[in-house]
Ligand binder design. Sequence first.
Ligand code: DQA
Length: 150
Amino acid sequence: MDILSILVLHGPNLNLLGTREPDTYGVQTLNDINRLLEAEAQKLAVRLSCLQSNHEGVLVDAIHGAMGQQQGILINPGAYTHTSVALRDAIAAVNLPVVEVHLSNVYKREAFRHHSYIAPVAVGQISGFGADSYLLGLQGLIRYLRQSNS
Ligand code: DQA
């Protein structure tokens, strides 16, 4: 079987991790998280491609670009989780398995964070485990892909 390729997308303001509201999002930087994911990907023998953007259209383009290149998407859509019909439609359009992750437990926070436009088009969602949300999300996505391919 060919090696699995996964696209990792980080949405707006996640470039500021490490200094951004550390009580809520932790002290790890985005580079730290990408390094953790790379190490896990090596263990699980998958290829990762990571991108962060503060721009909705760039994220939409990246989702389109995954078609035919990657087999699944791990995404922390940041605030676009709660606002973006465009991201949701892009995910529905490419028809690739997506796992949504959040560092914080969005359901413990303000009411406007309780709704996700992404969740109904995702395989699943992990929220509240800090950087481990990404690791758990990656593991879940890979298991899902390997089960659906067997
Ligand atoms: C977040 C939660 C969102 O509500 C927020 O807008 C973010 C980060 C998280 O990882 O906990 O930017 O996605």
